[in-house]
Write a protein that binds this ligand. Structure first.
Ligand SMILES: Nc1nc2c(ncn2[C@@H]2O[C@H](COP(=O)(O)OP(=O)(O)OP(=O)(O)O)[C@@H](O)[C@H]2O)c(=O)[nH]1
Ligand SMILES: [K+]
Ligand SMILES: [Mg+2]
Length: 402
């Protein structure tokens, strides 16, 4: 029996099984079996390593956003309007057959937007170009799930289920469960909160399915069996998603109003260019990008060319800033001066762990290397010796004047 048949068999059995306290343990076991099969299904075929039929597009810019949706909802129209890059638009389904990249210029940042072929129910099991589309989605910082506002809202649920089936979790945090496999000692099961959907026996049954007999499990929130399976599998991707309800030009005001009130949802019309600014603003907010303007001693900040950082990728500390500017900068770092909403006073002298906020101005003060010019040497020069400290002091005073 192939993987797909096995999956079907388990899904059928789950559908037949009534949900109650008595069947809970059996259901947990079935869910674990299903998760294992789905992971097996996602594994790339052994023969082709980095094969050519994928949609690999080089990452570019300060963040990556992917357009996902059923055929003909207006993904390519959106790409064309937002980036100026033409992606073929037509009234028939499956117009787009590959991944088309474009660039959105917004708030002095460059955001890569990827147009993709439409996906259909069954994509998770490899229907259509589902596999390639999903691989691109997994590489995105934000998904725009494009929906036809005039069509049944159930489409959102179907697509979400497809993404769930391949281990993509939308707008969620990883479950707060500490899980560690051990060599011996059996299972230790603990919780810091009352558990209403999980107990020791259920946990044991699920672990057994994974042939894990020794482990430490600590629940820090009221999780269910799906959460536990996600943590055991360990391959889930937590991605932000904005639900873009397109084609509102054919909807009533009431419908548009209802969409605008739903969480993480935005109504728009790509072809009529309605609410494109609203869409960009929501995208920007959800990506949580932080722009930092760097300045030299005595110079003005470069407001046209910020360093753009992401809380989700790399972080937004001074340390992350230095690494992003140049890999050797950390070794030369002495302290930084920060002007902006993250600083208590103007400027504030900050170390590497200081978290920056959007539109902060930063000046990096490097250590003075007194001998030779070898990279990285500065790190080992103690700042407690009087020489460099005095130089730093002088530099600080100079910086404060600017
Ligand atoms: N009424 C209306 N039609 C739109 C809107 N946006 C796009 N369309 C139309 O919807 C049809 C499909 O648009 P595409 O941009 O090709 O859709 P797609 O999602 O890229 O389609 P595939 O690549 O085939 O998956 C075209 O006829 C567009 O003109 C909109 O805001 N309102
Ligand atoms: K189309
Ligand atoms: Mg298209």
């Amino acid at each position: 029996m192939g993987i797909l048949e096995k999956i079907k068999e388990i899904e059928d059995e789950m559908a037949r099984t009534q949900k109650n306290k008595a069947t809970e343990y059996h259901l947990g076991q079935l869910k674990a079996k299903l998760a294992k099969l789905r992971t097996e299904l996602q594994a790339p075929p052994k023969e082709s390593k980095g094969g050519g039929d994928g949609f690999e597009v080089q990452k570019y810019g300060d963040g990556r956003v992917a357009l996902i949706g059923f055929p003909s909802v207006g993904k390519s129209t959106l790409l064309t309007v937002l980036t100026g890059t033409t992606s073929e638009v037509a009234a028939y389904e499956f117009t787009t057959l590959t991944c088309i990249p474009g660039i959105i210029h917004y708030n002095e940042a460059k955001i890569q937007l990827l147009d993709l072929p439409g996906i259909i129910e069954g994509a998770a099991e490899g229907k259509g170009r589902g596999r390639q589309v999903i691989a691109v989605c997994k590489s995105a910082d934000l998904l725009l799930m494009v929906l036809d506002a005039s069509k049944p809202h159930a489409h959102r649920k179907i697509l979400t289920a497809e993404l769930e089936a391949v281990g993509i979790r939308l707008n969620r945090r990883p479950p707060s469960i500490y899980f560690k496999k051990k060599k011996t000692g059996g299972m230790s099961f603990n919780a810091t909160v009352p558990l209403t959907r999980m107990d020791e026996k259920l946990c044991q049954r699920i672990l057994q399915e994974y042939k894990i007999h020794n482990a430490e499990v600590l629940f820090r929130e009221d999780c269910d069996m799906d959460d536990l399976i996600d943590v055991i599998e360990g391959n889930r991707r937590y991605i932000k998603c904005l639900y873009v309800y397109n084609k509102i030009d054919v909807c009533s005001i009431e419908e548009v109003d209802a969409i605008a009130r739903m969480p993480a949802s935005i109504p728009c019309s790509a072809s009529q260019q309605l609410n494109m600014d609203g869409l960009l603003e929501r995208m920007w907010d959800m990506m949580a990008l932080v722009r930092v303007y760097t300045k030299r001693v005595g110079g003005k900040p470069d407001f046209a060319d910020p360093v753009v950082m992401s809380a989700d990728r790399g972080g937004t500390t001074i340390d992350a800033l230095c690494r992003q500017i140049h890999k050797t900068l950390i070794a030369d770092f002495q302290y930084s001066l920060v002007w902006g909403t993250s600083s208590k006073h103007y400027p504030q002298r900050c170390g590497l762990t200081h978290p920056l906020e959007d539109e902060d101005v930063v000046q990096i003060v490097k250590q003075k290397v007194t001998t030779g010019g070898e990279e990285g040497k500065g790190r080992f020069k103690s700042t407690s010796t009087k020489g460099p400290a005095r130089i730093a002091d002088r530099e600080k005073k100079a910086a404060l004047k600017t």
